[in-house]
Ligand binder design. Structure first.
Ligand SMILES: CC(=O)SCCNC(=O)CCNC(=O)[C@H](O)C(C)(C)COP(=O)(O)OP(=O)(O)OC[C@H]1O[C@@H](n2cnc3c(N)ncnc32)[C@H](O)[C@@H]1OP(=O)(O)O
Length: 397
């Protein structure tokens, strides 16, 4: 491993780190105008740099809260901006950054860390696991007739990106967070609006008004070529309830000069096709991993969510944050450390995968990632973690 020094960067070093990250993704540096906005997404104290003689790698995080089964929210670090110079990869730079970052999270009292990964092989070794999965959908407008009984929804108001920047944060606050969703800190939003303005600037937002005011929104743009009907790309879509969901879709389907509506990165149990008389009006594709979760304080995380059925003793190993290694009795009444014999043996990445309810433990048993004595124990474990909704983050960072 290279001799790497990792430290938190000063504010005046953020732009160099951002340029390094963009270069690692094969993108050019931000313009001065873009940087004016992007500077804000960098949280002081949370932008790490790895150095030999100069900056060779970076990783940053932002404070947020993650909703867990049962409705509690836990202190979370949203990790992003991870990159190592292409001429310094595969010599332990990321490893040094991740160890530093996770240790720092543990010291700060962070319960969980979440990230979106560019590649599936990078983060498992640091205790992250795929906690939620998503799909993309294409709705063919000519076939998409709404079924009788789909809620009417309320009025929809179209607003500009400038107005959306002022108003959408408040609407998002009104959206109940399901397991896997995160609060959007003030420093998250500039990243979305910088992205919306990077295109040719024709994105708009539709705000849904329910009986108690604004309760959902869809940000979209329509791409047209050669005077033909085009493709609507829905960039961000959140709603408080079934009425707002239906109302927003009624509106999106009513927009003229659109052949198809592409909506990406949606939760697996969002009932979009169930709105239509022909469920195949909605084609789904591209099932993929969404949020990678890493429990940083296992005991606090286990205590924060609700559980079902009978208690089980879980033996957890954590090679990076040793304090987490141990046995935990986990059940609906309480969570406690114990010396009792384990019912299931797993590492922190596997625990992070089943924590939000996105995988059944039986699936991980079948894949050799959780050890149990027998099928009956696996079934009890399935029941323990079972949740009403599939987890979904829905906030890219
Ligand atoms: C949350 C986010 O920001 S996601 C963005 C992630 N960034 C990118 O994809 C940008 C392009 N890639 C990079 O900058 C770098 O390749 C990184 C950050 C992914 C990895 O950095 P490195 O310094 O090379 O990682 P490091 O040397 O610590 O690797 C640790 C181990 O992971 C493996 N590994 C790391 N990245 C990869 C990869 N992309 N493909 C295969 N193996 C990998 C290494 O081979 C090594 O394995 P070993 O311990 O068995 O030898």
């Amino acid at each position: 491993m290279t001799d790497v020094v990792v430290r938190a960067l000063r504010d005046d070093e953020f732009r160099t780190a951002h340029t390094l990250f963009r270069a690692a993704l094969h993108s050019g540096p931000a313009t001065d105008e873009q940087w004016e906005r992007l500077r804000e997404v960098h949280q002081p104290g949370r932008v790490l740099g790895a150095f030999d003689e100069r900056l060779i790698g970076t990783a940053r995080s932002t404070d947020a809260e993650l909703a867990v089964p049962g409705g509690a929210k836990v202190a979370t670090a949203a990790v992003t901006g991870v990159g190592v110079r292409a001429d310094r990869t595969r010599r332990g730079v990321l490893t040094a950054l991740m160890r530093h970052q996770l240790t720092d999270f543990a010291e700060r009292g962070v319960t969980a860390a979440v990230l979106y990964a560019t590649e599936g092989v990078i983060y498992g070794r640091f205790g992250y696991g795929v906690a939620s999965r998503i799909r993309d959908c294409v709705v063919r407008r000519s076939r998409a007739r709404l079924r009788p009984g789909v809620p009417e929804g309320g009025e929809v108001e179209l607003i500009t990106v400038d107005e959306a920047e002022r108003r959408l944060p408040d609407v998002y606050e009104r959206v109940p967070l399901r397991p896997g969703m995160m609060t959007r800190p003030a420093r998250w939003w500039p990243g979305l609006f910088a992205m919306l303005r990077r295109g040719d600037g024709h994105a708009v937002a539709a705000v849904h008004h329910g009986t108690d005011g604004p309760d959902g929104f869809a940000v979209y743009q329509v791409d047209r070529e050669g005077g033909k009907a085009g493709t609507m790309r829905v960039i961000d879509l959140h709603y408080a309830d079934a009425s707002a969901f239906a109302g927003l879709w009624r509106f999106l389907l009513s927009v003229d000069l659109v052949d198809e509506i592409v909506v990406r990165h949606r939760g697996l149990d969002e009932p979009l096709e169930l709105l239509f008389t022909d469920p195949r009006a909605c084609e789904s594709s591209q099932l993929t991993d969404e949020a990678w979760l890493r429990l940083v304080d296992v005991e606090a995380a286990l205590a924060a969510r609700t559980w079902r059925g009978e208690p089980l003793v879980l033996e957890v190993t954590d090679p990076v944050l040793e304090r987490n290694t141990g046995r935990y009795r986990v059940g609906p009444a309480r969570v406690e450390r114990t010396d009792a014999a384990p019912d299931a043996v797993l590492d922190v990445a596997a625990l992070s995968m089943v924590y939000l309810g996105g995988w059944s433990p039986s699936a991980l048993v079948a894949a050799g990632r959780i050890g149990v004595e027998d099928d009956a124990t696996a079934e009890r474990f399935d029941e323990l973690v079972r949740t009403r909704h599939a987890p979904w983050c829905g906030t890219f960072f």
